[in-house]
Design a binder for this molecule. Sequence first.
Ligand SMILES: [Zn+2]
Ligand SMILES: [Zn+2]
Length: 678
Amino acid sequence: MRERILVTSALPYANGPLHVGHIAGAYLPADTYVRYNRLAGADIVYVGGTDEHGTAIEIKALKDGVTPKELVDFYYEDMKTDFKNLGISYDNFSRTSLPVHHKTSQDFFLKILKNGHIERKTVTQAFCPKCNMFLADRYVEGTCPACSAPDQKGNQCEVCGKVLEPIELVNPKCITCSTTPEVKETFQWFIRLSDFQDELEVWMKSNKHWRPNVVNFCLNWIKEGLQDRAITRDLQWGIKVPLEEGKDKVLYVWFEAVIGYVSSTKEWAERMGKPDAWKDYWLDGKIVHFIGKDNIPFHAIMWPAFLLGYGEYEGRKWKLPYDVPANEYLNIGGKKTSTSRNWAIWLGDFLKDFPPDYLRYYLTTVAPESRDSDFLWEDFQKRINDELNDIIGNFVHRSITFAYNNFDGKIPSLDKSLLDDDDKEAIKNMEEIGTKVSDLIKVFKMKDALKEVVSFAKSCNRYFDKKEPWKLVKTDKAKAANTIYISLELAKTLSMVLNPFLPFSTEKMLKEIGISKFVWDDSAKLLLEQGKSLGKPEPIFSKVPDEEIKRQVQKLDNPAPMKKTLVKKEEKPMIPFDEFAKLDIRTGKIISVDDHPKADKLYVMKIDVGEERTIVAGIKSYYKKEELIGKKIVAICNLEPATIRGVKSEAMLLAADDGKLVSLLEADKEMKTGAKIR
Ligand SMILES: [Zn+2]
Ligand SMILES: [Zn+2]
């Protein structure tokens, strides 16, 4: 039976561009793993998306002078493009602002609540008297109480990693106005993680195949005793708590973001036209979460706790993560990547200067799998020039070129009776490399897997050099043909086993050999068609010159200032008064409100604007039915009727929309219906 696997990569915050540190941690290794498994015939789905809620988003939007919605719309597109250009091959790249995610998260909340693992508690929270609001995590900055690092945010210390509550900070300040916050009483819902303490400990100890750094981190955390954690907050931007008493609160982003993997799988299933298919993976598959180490507690402790707390889904248990291959950090030039200090190599910039496979190659060779590692421009140059170009690219290119020039551009024939020991050894290496590489990819050792490929490529070059086909072709053409046939088979295998790492260039390499489709097992076979024409050989890689590296180092030391999020504002033309006067705008009253039979977010309402009209309005997420009935509203009454999902709408309500909230315009209660607005 085909192995059924669901792979996820951490959802990046949609509040800034991607940098190479992100890529090395959660995306490139996941993509390599997924590409290998697809070739090996697994039933595998790879999902991700942007994390679009939380104070990190609100604060960046505030700084850039855009709405949170504008910010996340911008970065969703930006990241999607970057991922695509790097060849990160998601089956679905979703967004946590989509209705499917809001619904799924609210379902998790209600289900865990019903099962008794969520409770309401009175809490004291940081409150800014000047801004007149409760200050959720990042709205407060101060000194870390554990390690005394200054200027830490109220959710987690960046220096020592301690997870914090804003009021724990020493010398706290409101980030908006620098006022020292007061401590005030309110209430929030908490998840009782302690309910899962024993079960999680037993499970964690059974995860013998996990990376030891992840297991040890979690066991230490569990040993300290799992604390109840707030899963709601007083914010506007986010997923509403689905309870009347919580209507001014949203689900805490740490609670809902991980649920985004389920939502993204649902969206994928819907798009594939098999809406229930997501269940096969979540209830009966192998789940693998690729993350950076800062995400370990959320994926390896809290997320499993939510899944346990949810209980059964349609009589089946949720699968706990099969593995959480967390990577350590990738530093840049010996220093930790810092977006705030603009010490980073931005993915978009990189891809303007180099082919994507150069980054994929280098980042795999320095993958921070078991300890922090370093991106060094000089090292990058050396790896690309000395390995990718001189060993891998060179072997493929010289084999094809030789055949092209000496065998009429065709694959020469193989005479098995003439095989000598060197030929046989080369074929044996070819038959074995696929398994060697896949055994390492399966246990997430991408760096070692790529090392195997490089040493295979070296052995291929040694074979070619030893056989000296340039001499042989003059003295013994049949033996030269054998050498070149075998070399082309080696080049084919090299391209195939490299494909999960370097999808763009290996596709070109295989095309020159005449292969467009293949499966992993083909890498172990002699399968080239003798006499078949080869594509015109072109060098696949080229060396990175010294000047280019100098330019990059300079750019890193003197980065261009961070740009603000630029949101294209629509040009709104001025209209003459006569045009405006044509609008028939009236006061009205809402008489009845019903759900739209075919759309989740729409109401069908009857309004009285001097006469009765039916209208369809997308305000269901903002108003309950009982809040609407009897409301004195304002409507445009002479727009052409529009049929919205099968229901004819005969007027349009006027409402304000700031990207977060939608608010209907109202007239005073005493105003009669049908009054003209001028
Ligand atoms: Zn303030
Ligand atoms: Zn600290």
